[in-house]
Design a protein around this ligand. Sequence first.
Ligand code: IPE
Ligand code: IPE
Ligand code: MG
Length: 259
Amino acid sequence: MTDNKNDNSVPLSRSLTSEVPEHVAIIMDGNGRWAERKGKPRIAGHKAGVETVREIIRSCVEKGIQVLTLFAFSSENWRRPQKEVSLLMSLFLAALQREVKKLHKNGVQLRIVGDTTAFDEKIQAQIEKSEALTRDNDTLVLNIAANYGGQWDITQSVKKLAHEVEAGKLAADDVSADLIRQNLSMSDLPDPDLFIRTGGEQRISNFLIWQLAYTELYFTDILWPDFDRQAFEAALESFAGRQRRFGHTGEQIEKMKNA
Ligand code: IPE
Ligand code: IPE
Ligand code: MG
């Protein structure tokens, strides 16, 4: 092969040589334990977590980060006690209703990613309204992953391609990583440069499986409600000190940086 690239390789990040990530993705974990440690009901932790979301959005805007993706509710979280699920749904709806105008004023484009058809009609209507209002904003794209699962995302992409094959519009041999990528949620956005998980667990929990292929991973024991601006800055500093290689050698990357 003369070309260094093939159809199935992971695209290079646009911020390959940049110290500030273009896209940050976060698993906001530890709300329940935060509340339990304070002798409060778990929902108090989720409420406190919404405050952290506000602060981190503000930090992203200040730092010129362009995309922030937050894992709010996974496709597995339906397994929680029914009472916690329904409180989480009410909190989600209330936060959307309360925050969307402020987000809009600050130039934030809000998108909900995941299988939203599972939510009740009121939530679906609010999602539609919020997305429509903020559609043309470009200061920060804020993706809220809700009823999201990485396996769901890959499955829905592959299913679209399978339909094209079935309809005779696509040859099975032409199915490529690029085509799968193009049909994923957020396919118009760069993959996350930096992944953060709070709360001490070191796992992906079916978040962005495909899109994290070459993302820098950062884990912290800090519980999400305690994750403040300073903690976020520590994660960004860790990112800035890393060399991303995407299969290249370190020497090649240094040359790109100096070019
Ligand atoms: C993350 O916090 C929020 C959601 C999953 C909705 P948790 O609720 O998972 O908090 P812990 O892990 O039980 O502490
Ligand atoms: C992942 O957290 C999902 C969200 C933060 C929304 P969980 O707390 O549900 O993850 P697991 O199940 O412990 O891995
Ligand atoms: Mg958890």
